[in-house]
Write a protein that binds this ligand. Sequence first.
Ligand SMILES: [Zn+2]
Length: 98
Amino acid sequence: MGEFKKVSNVLLESNGIYFIECPGCKTLHPFHVDPKLKIRWDFNGDLEKPTFSPSLMVNQGHPSQCHSFVTDGKIQFLSDCHHGLAGQTVDLLEVEEF
Ligand SMILES: [Zn+2]
């Protein structure tokens, strides 16, 4: 179990992995940014208005599927999300350290 550290209003960090709180799923989604990893995201380095690319797919094929782009501190949900915010773009949620 890692410890989560709040590094900005919208990002937690644990073991070099950034986490957002997804407004659609109400859970944390991870972004791996370590260049040594094969599967990782590009990060613009802006902790308050992060941009990660490419898109993030969570729980693919499951009832909780969530597919989004995080750009400039906002999260754009694609139409193949299974929650109520599919197709919408909203601000990232403020995270809480725990
Ligand atoms: Zn989500």
